[in-house]
Design a protein around this ligand. Structure first.
Ligand code: MLT
Length: 328
C-alpha cells in the first residue's frame, strides 16, 4: 500500500476504534458491576457501599454487587481492585486509611493509590466515636483516660488492621494519651463491634455510622467524639478535644475508585450516578441520621476526590510518623 493510503487506512481504523469505544461507553453498563469493599461485611465501609451502591445500580440500570475482600487493614482488597480490568465492571469503595494513612504504616504496599486508581467520587465523610464496653469503669473521658493510664499493657483496644480508620483513630488517641495498650486486630469493625458489645476488649475508635445504633441501644458507652464540634446525633457526648486531648480530630472520608485506565466516559457515567444518589432525598435523610457528612456537588467530582486523596496523604503521613508508629 502507498504511504498516503496507509495513512488513510490507519486514520479510518483509529476512527472506528474511537467510535466503538464511544458506543461501548454509551451502552455501559451492560452487566452487573462489582464493588470491592476491603473490609468485612456488616461494618461501616460495607454499610455505606451498600446504601449508595443499591441506588447507583437503580440509576445505572444494572445491579451493583458488593464483594468484601477483607484483610491486612484493607490492603488486600485495594490491591485486587487496582489489578482488575479497567472496564468499569470492578470498582473499589474505600476510605482514606487504606488509601493515604497506610503509606506511613507499611514498609511497602502492593499498590500506589494515586497512580493505580482512578477517582470516581466522594461517598461521604464520617466522624468517629470513642466507644467502650459497658462494663468499663469510666463514665466520661477523664475517667477513661485515668483508667487506661492505670491499666497499661492490660487494656485492650480493637481495630480493623494496620491502616484501618479504627487504627488511625486509636493510635492517635493512645499516642496523645501517652499510653501503651494491647491492639486487638479484626478484618473490619463490624465483627470488632460485636466483640465490644459482648465485652471481649475494652474500647475502640470507630466511625459513627457503625456504632450509633449500638450506642442508641445502650450496648456500648460513648466517651467522646472525634470532631471539634459535638454531633447532633449525640448532643450529650463531649468532643475528645474539649475533654482534654486538645487537637484530637479525625474524620474519615470514603470514595469510589476504578482501576487506572478506565475510560473517562465510564468514570463520568459512574460519577453522575453517584451524584444523583447523593442528591436523593431518602438517601440524604438516611445518611444524615447516621452522621455521614455528604459532599457538595463541587466536592463530588473525580478531580475533587483526587485532591482530597493527595491532601490526606500530605496531612496524615507526617502526622502518623510523628506519632512514632513504626511501619510494618
Ligand atoms: C470497616 O468497614 O470495617 C472499617 O472501615 C474498618 C476500619 O477502617 O476501621
Amino acid at each position: 500500500m502507498k504511504r498516503r493510503n496507509l495513512i488513510i487506512a490507519a486514520t479510518a481504523a483509529a476512527g472506528v476504534a474511537a467510535l466503538t469505544q464511544g458506543a461501548r461507553a454509551q451502552a455501559y453498563p451492560t452487566k452487573p458491576i462489582s464493588v470491592i469493599v476491603p473490609f468485612s461485611a456488616g461494618g461501616p465501609t460495607d454499610a455505606l457501599a451498600r446504601i449508595l451502591g443499591q441506588r447507583m445500580g437503580e440509576i445505572l440500570g444494572q445491579q451493583i454487587i458488593i464483594d468484601n475482600v477483607a484483610g491486612a487493614g484493607g490492603t488486600i482488597g485495594v490491591a485486587k481492585a487496582a489489578r482488575a480490568a479497567p472496564d468499569g465492571y470492578t470498582l473499589l469503595f474505600a476510605h482514606m486509611g487504606t488509601l493515604a494513612v497506610n503509606i506511613a504504616l507499611y514498609k511497602s504496599l502492593p499498590y500506589d493509590s494515586q497512580k493505580d486508581l482512578e477517582p470516581v467520587g466522594l461517598g461521604g465523610t464520617n466522624p468517629m466515636v470513642l466507644v467502650a464496653k459497658k462494663g468499663l469503669p469510666a463514665k466520661d473521658f477523664a475517667e477513661f483516660m485515668a483508667w487506661v493510664k492505670a491499666n497499661q499493657k492490660k487494656a485492650q483496644y480493637g481495630m480493623a488492621g494496620i491502616g484501618a480508620a479504627s487504627h488511625l483513630g486509636g493510635l492517635m488517641l493512645n499516642s496523645m494519651m501517652k499510653v501503651d495498650v494491647l491492639e486487638i486486630p479484626y478484618k473490619g469493625t463490624g465483627p470488632a463491634l460485636n466483640d465490644l458489645v459482648s465485652g471481649q476488649f475494652d474500647y475502640m475508635v470507630d466511625q459513627a455510622v457503625n456504632v450509633l445504633p449500638q450506642i442508641k441501644a445502650g450496648n456500648i458507652k460513648p466517651l467522646g467524639v472525634s470532631t471539634l464540634k459535638r454531633l447532633p446525633q449525640l448532643p450529650d457526648v463531649p468532643t475528645i478535644d474539649e475533654s482534654g486531648l486538645k487537637g484530637y480530630e479525625v474524620t474519615i472520608w470514603n470514595g469510589f475508585f476504578a482501576p487506572k485506565g478506565t475510560s473517562k466516559d465510564v468514570i463520568a457515567k459512574l460519577n453522575q450516578a453517584l451524584l444523583a444518589t447523593l442528591a436523593d432525598e431518602k438517601i440524604r435523610v438516611r445518611l444524615t441520621e447516621l452522621a455521614v457528612d455528604l459532599p457538595s456537588a463541587a466536592e463530588g467530582s473525580p478531580d475533587a476526590l483526587r485532591n482530597t486523596l493527595k491532601a490526606s496523604i500530605d496531612k496524615w503521613v507526617p502526622a502518623v510518623r510523628a506519632a512514632g508508629v513504626k511501619p510494618e
